[in-house]
Design a protein around this ligand. Structure first.
Ligand code: GUN
Length: 281
C-alpha cells in the first residue's frame, strides 16, 4: 500500500505556479488576480476561503475577498460579479458555495465570465469538459487526476466507481475519467446496494460527505482509493469518507485525509488562475 501524498505534490505545483507567475509578470507586467465572493458566516466556507487567500499570497497573486452578509440580495451579488467581470486586474472569480437559500446559485454561476471561471462551474466550461475540449475544470477533480498522474496510475480501461454525483465533484470527476478512457460508474444517494458497485472497482473515488461510508468489505484487494470527503468527526478531527485504518491495508494506493485531495484543490485553483491570467495577457 502506498499513500498518495497530496500535500507534497501540491507544494511542488505551487512552486511551479509561483515561478511561472513570476515569469508572466516579467514578460507582460501582469500579476494573476483572484476575486472571491464569500456570503454569510459558515465556518467551513470561511476556513476554505482563508486557505485560498493564503495560497494566493504564497504564490504572489493579487487577491480580494468580497465578504457579504447572510441576508444579502441576489442583485447585490450580481452587481459584484459584473464588476469583477469588467475589472482588468481580476483574472479569476470564485463564488464560495453553498450560498444562502434566498440566492439563485445557478444564475450567479452563469453570470461569471467563462474566461474568468476558475472553478469551472459555468455551463460553458461544463460543456467543454464533457466534450473533451480545453477549458476550466473544477479544482477538486482536476487535482485528483493530477495526483493519479504523478504516481503513474493509468486509468485507461480501468473500472472507476465515483461515489457522489455533485456538480462540484462527482460529475466533473466522472467526465475527466471518461475522457481518460476509464469505464466509469457514478453512484449516488439513490443507488441500490453501493457495495455491489464498489466491489467491482479498480479505482474508488468518493466524495459524499459521509464518515466511514466506504468500509473494507466494500473494496477489492489492490484497489486505488481516492477519498474526496472532508468531515469533522465527533472528536474534532478532520476525516474523509473512507474508513482509512481498515481500508488502507487492502488498497494499492490511498489518499489520506487530511493531506490527500484537499491541498490539491488549492493548488489547482492557483493553476487555473494562472492559466486565466496567461490567457488575458
Ligand atoms: N464549496 C465546496 N467546494 C467548493 C469549491 O471547490 N469551490 C467553491 N467555489 N465552493 C466550494
Amino acid at each position: 500500500m502506498q499513500i498518495l501524498d497530496g500535500k507534497a505534490l501540491s507544494k511542488k505545483i505551487e512552486e511551479q505556479v509561483t515561478a511561472d507567475s513570476k515569469k508572466l509578470k516579467q514578460e507582460t507586467g501582469r500579476v494573476p488576480g483572484l476575486a472571491v465572493i464569500l456570503v454569510g458566516n459558515d465556518p467551513a466556507s470561511q476556513a476554505y476561503v482563508g486557505m485560498k487567500k493564503k495560497a494566493c499570497d504564497r504564490a504572489h497573486f493579487y487577491s480580494v475577498t468580497h465578504e457579504m452578509p447572510e441576508d444579502i440580495s441576489q442583485d447585490a451579488i450580481e452587481k459584484t460579479i459584473e464588476m469583477m467581470n469588467d475589472n482588468p486586474n481580476i483574472d479569476g472569480i470564485l463564488i464560495q458555495l453553498p450560498l444562502p437559500s434566498q440566492i439563485d446559485t445557478t444564475r450567479l454561476l452563469e453570470l461569471v465570465a467563462p474566461n474568468k471561471d476558475v472553478d469551472g462551474f459555468h455551463p460553458y466550461n461544463v460543456g467543454r469538459l464533457t466534450t473533451g475540449l480545453d477549458g476550466f475544470v473544477p479544482c477538486t477533480p482536476l487535482g485528483v487526476m493530477r495526483l493519479l498522474e504523478e504516481y503513474d496510475i493509468d486509468v485507461q480501461g480501468k473500472n472507476a466507481v465515483v461515489v457522489g454525483a455533485s456538480n462540484i465533484v462527482g460529475k466533473p470527476m466522472a467526465s475527466l475519467l471518461l475522457n481518460a478512457n476509464a469505464t466509469v460508474e457514478v453512484t449516488h444517494i439513490y443507488t441500490d446496494d453501493l457495495k455491489k458497485h464498489t466491489l467491482n472497482a479498480d479505482i474508488v473515488l468518493v466524495g459524499a460527505g459521509v464518515i466511514d461510508l466506504i468500509t473494507k468489505d466494500m473494496v477489492k484487494k489492490g484497489a486505488v482509493i481516492i477519498d474526496i470527503g472532508i468531515n469533522r468527526a465527533s472528536n474534532g478531527k478532520l476525516v474523509g469518507d473512507v474508513d482509512f485504518e481498515n481500508v488502507a491495508p487492502k488498497s494499492s494506493y490511498i489518499t489520506p485525509v487530511p493531506g490527500g485531495v484537499g491541498p490539491m484543490t488549492i493548488a489547482m485553483l492557483l493553476s487555473n488562475t494562472l492559466k486565466a491570467a496567461q490567457s488575458h495577457a
